[in-house]
Design a protein around this ligand. Structure first.
Ligand code: SAH
Length: 213
């Protein structure tokens, strides 16, 4: 678990790349510059950790592309202390970004192998989510609702109603919606039954699957 001068240099270059692609939030860029992404990846991909690309992790899943992580996080407009629900813990990289921004993070993962691995790994780096849960994110986390924001990091065929219900009034959900290709979608809860939807172009994610595994 080492983070060298070389890693830090490559990371700064990655931050510049992500910035050049349009990410403006300084706290988000700072978080990307701080988190040792190479430690979230399997050894076979270490050399690639600071490319702006998604890579395979365990259980046939992927660690999201840094630009995508930054894009989704920027849309959430996190404030320190916000209660945030993440669906799709995966490697824990996005979880770490949320922790860096001072969010209180609840994160659900449906693959037991990843849940176990990431639950052990994140605290070693000093990232303490409020709760990591092995479960099905389609259901959200009703016992901890409402949330200031919800981020879904897998491609959802539709927006699960349970998640909309668990948003605070004024809260935001960022979710990629679609089957083969997903449209990045931001929904802001304006009132008890009022939701405002914004679309932000195409992305590709592994699918949001039902049940746990
Ligand atoms: N944020 C992660 C992305 C991992 S890929 C990272 O950057 O590493 C998406 C993850 O969502 C996978 O780990 C997958 O197992 C998980 N997932 C898919 N469907 C899910 C569901 N219904 N509930 C919770 N997690 C789910």
């Amino acid at each position: 678990m080492t983070d060298t001068f070389k890693h830090r240099g490559l990371r700064q270059k990655l931050v510049e790349t992500v910035k050049a692609k349009g990410i403006q939030s300084e706290p988000v860029l700072k978080a990307l510059g701080k988190i040792p992404r190479h430690l979230f990846m399997d050894s076979g991909f270490l050399d690639h950790a600071y490319q702006d690309k998604a890579f395979p992790i365990a259980a046939d899943q992927t660690i999201s592309q840094p630009y995508t992580v930054a894009f989704q996080t920027e849309l959430l407009e996190i404030k320190k202390g916000d209660k945030v629900l993440e669906i799709g813990t995966g490697s824990g990289y996005q979880t770490a970004v949320l922790c860096e921004l001072g969010a209180r993070v609840y994160s659900i993962e449906r693959q037991q192998e990843l849940f176990k691995k990431t639950s052990k790994f994140l605290p070693k780096l000093g990232y303490r989510a409020k709760k990591l849960i092995f479960g099905d994110g389609y259901k959200g986390l009703p016992e901890e609702a409402p949330f200031d924001s919800i981020i879904v990091t897998a491609g959802a065929p539709f927006v699960p109603k349970a998640l909309l219900k668990q948003l605070k009034i004024g809260g935001r959900i960022v979710i990629p919606v679609g089957d083969d290709v997903q449209t990045m979608t931001l929904i802001i809860r304006k009132g008890q039954k009022e939701f405002e939807k914004h679309d932000y172009g195409e992305f590709r994610f592994v699918p949001l699957l039902e049940d746990k595994n």
